[in-house]
Design a protein around this ligand. Sequence first.
Ligand SMILES: [Zn+2]
Length: 375
Amino acid sequence: MPFSRLTSAAKDLSRQARQLDGPPERHGIVTATKRGCVWTPRGRAFMNPLKEVPPRQIGPQQGPLRRVDVPGTASMAIPFVRDFTFDYGVPDRLSERVTRVVADNPGPFTYTGTGVYIVGGGESVCVIDPGPDTSPHREALDRALDGKSVSHVLVTHHHIDHSPLAAPLAARHGCKVYGYGSQPVPPQGGEIRLEAGDDLSFKPDVEIRDGERFDGPDWTLTAIHTPGHTSNHLCFALSEENCLFSGDHIMGWSTSVVSPPDGDMGDYLASLRRVLDLDFDVIRPTHGPAIHDVRPFVQAYIDHRLARERQIADAIEAGLTTIGAIVADLYRDVDTRLHPAAAHSVLSHLIHMRKTGRVTADGPDGLRREYRTAA
Ligand SMILES: [Zn+2]
């Protein structure tokens, strides 16, 4: 779907959230290339990939919302990787055992679309995150899987850009769908949507836990529970290539959304550290290109969150007790349309800081709560 059609208020806020911590667009940098078409984080923008792209003009009422680095946050720089060449629906052999098919569902949360991974170099393969259940994508996946048999369908989490095609694909191949064995915390009414959307009908045939292994003739995948983006998020490690399929836990093109109540910043940081410790050679996210420089990237991802936490702690120390006041200060150079999304991000940090005894408040956590430094 072109970005021009993503017009609802929720989608708009979602995009704001992405760009708040995500891709810097201030230089109008071309960030991904589809063959014959150049991409920016906002979608198909320029038809000639060889032509130099002029900087985007950013006005108050239109165009992408830019991220402005808050002073003193140089350590938060993340070495994003966004160069991405592919054709929709055409299988790309990425390694001996890994093939990717990208679904044509670009959007504020999906970058250029959902990258479906087919793992296995032979006939017997596993599919990770089959993606949206749309006819062109289903047909493309069927073509990519022609002559192969799918032994397992693995799902990283229940978002609509990841899981809807899982059950139909498994039924077609007579295999099962595997996902984390707990239901996500349902969204609460009136909250800003910061996600592509929940697939609340998703229910794995087999509920799996951390450490579960799946074997094929030439591949071994191990489930790694990585809560944070969602409570039920799994990554899958391919031991033969020391590669991690990271779902939305770690993405090269952007930071990940961590939105309460199902998203949890404390869990998220712990899950990032766990991936760092496991020392993978390559990370293959669902959206966008692979991350090859894994260690510095994941470390920067962690540092970015810790730096934000320090800023929030300093703001509270300086007497800013409400999320509104903290946002107005920390994001003062940022378009005010970004502030609602910023408030949600600050709340997820505050919940974690309260749990770890650094801030305190009276009553349950929420956007209208007043916070103070813990004694
Ligand atoms: Zn997601």
